[in-house]
Write a protein that binds this ligand. Structure first.
Ligand SMILES: Cc1cc2nc3c(=O)[nH]c(=O)nc-3n(C[C@H](O)[C@H](O)[C@H](O)COP(=O)(O)OP(=O)(O)OC[C@H]3O[C@@H](n4cnc5c(N)ncnc54)[C@H](O)[C@@H]3O)c2cc1C
Length: 253
């Protein structure tokens, strides 16, 4: 899989809610090569340090040569990136990592918060996919509008019951899996959510993949800063993942 560094120009940079940004970049080589579940390492302004930051690829357009990233501002790097306007050039390294198995008849994607980013690319690339998304409040589920054009069914939970089913994604998941039409689950979100979703999928005998987030430096498998212990030995999240079979992962690590 070719990895490239592209000087990518910002085509648009929008904020669906305060603190979250949707960044569309002209990046034809990465758009052409990327697979669902892969990520890029993006440069951030110099005063945020010299390390690139990893962000999942949310969407691509092969024909128009763009990639889309969706990120939450959590610290210096992402806050600095958020101040970059249309027309600015940013350096992007990618596509990186091992993505999801999308060779399924009818997968169920389960996402919480920014975990919905890499799953969006999966949804857009698959002809029949359903999504179960969870958020704390209705405001956080701006995702529903973004997913709708790509999915067969969309199920929503909110912690406070302000929209959809009250509770967590795990409140609704057993009922959906009991319906029996899904042949795989892909999940991305907080570790506790992924652990519980993986356990429920295992109860129903449905294969499950999880996408891990670990702080990383190079993104290329060289620096070992993102190494994690798995049931089959030590693995690098950046190169062996970020997507792993759910049964391989120790969620506390
Ligand atoms: C493969 C991968 C894909 C990712 N995709 C996305 C995405 O699509 N959208 C998105 O919003 N974020 C994503 N992240 C997380 C994102 O990389 C971090 O939020 C970002 O690097 C933080 O940089 P910063 O300089 O703004 O914050 P920092 O100042 O570095 O950190 C601020 C806070 O964020 C925490 N943090 C920093 N990096 C990570 C990390 N990698 N994982 C968990 N917590 C972290 C720190 O512990 C700290 O509490 C991804 C991470 C990985 C490893």
């Amino acid at each position: 899989m070719p990895k490239v560094i592209e000087e990518a120009r910002i085509l648009s940079h929008e904020a669906p809610i305060v603190g979250v940004d949707i960044l569309t970049l002209s990046s034809p080589q990465i758009a052409r090569a990327a697979l669902p579940g892969q990520f890029v390492q993006i440069s951030v302004p110099a005063d945020a340090g010299f390390l690139r930051r990893p962000l999942g690829i949310a969407e691509v357009s092969h024909t128009d040569g763009w990639i889309r990233l969706i990120y939450r501002q959590v610290g210096r790097g992402t806050e600095g990136l958020a101040s970059a306007g249309t027309g600015t050039a940013v350096s992007v390294l990618g596509p990186l990592g091992r993505g999801f198995n999308i060779a399924l008849k009818h997968p169920l994607l389960v996402g919480g918060g920014m975990g919905l980013t890499p799953l969006l690319f999966f949804a857009a690339a698959h002809p029949k996919v359903s999504v179960l998304m969870g958020g704390r409040t209705q405001e956080e589920l701006f995702w529903e509008e973004i997913y709708r054009p790509h999915v067969h069914e969309c199920f929503v939970t909110t912690d406070d019951g302000s929209y959809g089913t009250r509770g967590f994604v795990t409140t609704l998941l057993p009922r959906l899996l009991a319906g029996g039409s899904y042949d795989g689950v892909a999940v991305c979100g907080p570790p506790i959510m992924m652990e519980r979703v993986a356990a429920i999928a295992a109860e129903y005998g449905i294969p499950c993949e999880v996408s891990l987030e670990k702080r990383m430096a190079c993104g290329l498998g060289a620096c070992l800063s993102c190494a994690v212990d798995t049931k089959s030995g030590r693995r690098k999240v950046c190169k062996d993942g970020p997507v792993f079979p759910a049964g391989e992962v120790y969620y506390a690590s």
